[in-house]
Design a protein around this ligand. Structure first.
Ligand code: DAH
Length: 338
């Protein structure tokens, strides 16, 4: 029996050493260690041995099992090693790697994030609305009469259904007041669409940021203070602003805000960056009608609103001369912001 075990061990080690691949190796394992394998069969013979012989033969069987298992593992590692090497044959691992181009934020995203961060500090929450809008939300509810130029077929993208691509994010003012009771303090960054001729300062899709604050006693100094804080946080403490009286159908009084732009080699000049004003009572009346209650009755609440182009903010911030650069995705341009 001892000789037999010795023989099995020798045969197993030889078969394992000669196995040319994983499959053959597994066959060898089954042939020697498997349920019907030779070593397993030999172990069964233990039963007929004498008390004295049992421990000696048992020891031999254990040793044989260990030796065979070790041989299997070693052979498996050798085969794996060869397979790895074959897979890499012809590949030069010492060549320098291809450069990885990590992404970066688009300049528009950078200004939008910054604007949102500043306004959230002041308690404004983010609101959103659809880009395909009704005429009611885009114009009528905003006190914009049917003959207003903004509603012109030439200037606005209409669908056959009568809906349109919103021409401004002021629609979100209406959507918010329709569904939320006052006080509301929201900002709405998003796309707006106009049928503009495309040039260095116009695209047919651009980005706006709308703001609305309605509560019991909101007044003009609140509006001025909020927007001064906003622009000085965005462009620096000594940023100069002017509030120039203007007309918007949905605010009264209304203003355009100009920022004093200092460009190297040029005289400083004022450039318009936003519209704003106190919400027109006519807008509140429309909201009351639409809601069917009087929570927004102009005797109960007042509010201010503002709207600005984010593209323009980015252009001012980095001195970008052509708005088209913001949509061309030229990495030579975008890399500068990453
Ligand atoms: N919606 C205006 C535009 O697209 C911008 C604007 C002006 C928004 C005055 C306002 C506002 O909320 O009060 O030109």
């Amino acid at each position: 029996m001892k000789d037999e075990i010795q023989q099995i061990q020798t045969d197993a080690v030889a078969a394992i050493g000669a196995a040319p691949d994983e499959n053959c190796l597994d066959q060898a394992r089954v042939a020697f260690l498997g349920k019907k394998g030779r070593l397993t069969a030999a172990s069964a013979g233990m039963r007929s041995l004498s008390k004295e012989e049992k421990p000696v033969v048992g020891q031999l069987l254990n040793t044989a099992r260990t030796v065979i298992t070790d041989a299997l593992e070693k052979r498996r590692a050798t085969l794996q090693d060869a397979a790895d090497r074959a897979a890499l044959a012809g590949i030069d691992l010492t060549l320098p790697a291809r450069p990885v181009h990590p992404g970066g934020l688009h300049p528009l995203t950078i200004v939008k994030d910054e604007a949102v961060r500043i306004l959230r500090r002041l308690g404004f929450a983010i609101a959103a609305g659809p880009e395909i809008e009704t005429e009611f939300h885009c114009f009528d509810a905003l006190n914009t009469p049917a003959d207003h130029p903004a509603r012109n077929e030439k200037d606005t993208f209409y669908f056959d259904s009568g809906k349109l691509l919103r021409t401004h994010t002021s629609t979100v003012q209406i959507r918010t007041m329709e569904t939320q009771a006052p006080p509301v303090r929201i900002i709405a960054p998003g796309s707006a669409y106009r049928r503009d001729e495309i040039d260095a300062t116009h695209l047919s899709v651009f980005n706006q940021l709308e703001g609305l604050y309605v509560a019991e006693d909101v007044n003009l100094p609140d509006l001025k203070g909020t927007l001064e804080y906003f622009y000085q946080s965005l462009f620096g403490r000594d940023t100069e602003l002017q509030f120039r009286p203007h007309f918007f159908p949905f605010t009264e009084p209304s203003f355009e805000i100009d920022i004093k732009l200092h460009t190297r080699g040029q005289r400083p000049r004022w450039i318009e960056i936003a519209g704003c004003g106190m919400v027109d009572p006519a807008v509140f009346e429309e909201i009351c009608k639409s809601r069917g209650d009087d929570l927004y009755h102009p005797d109960k609440v007042t509010g201010f609103a503002f709207g600005m182009g984010l593209d323009r903010l980015a252009m001012i911030r980095w001195g970008i001369r052509d708005i088209r650069l913001l949509i061309e995705n030229d990495t030579r341009f975008l890399r500068q912001f990453a």
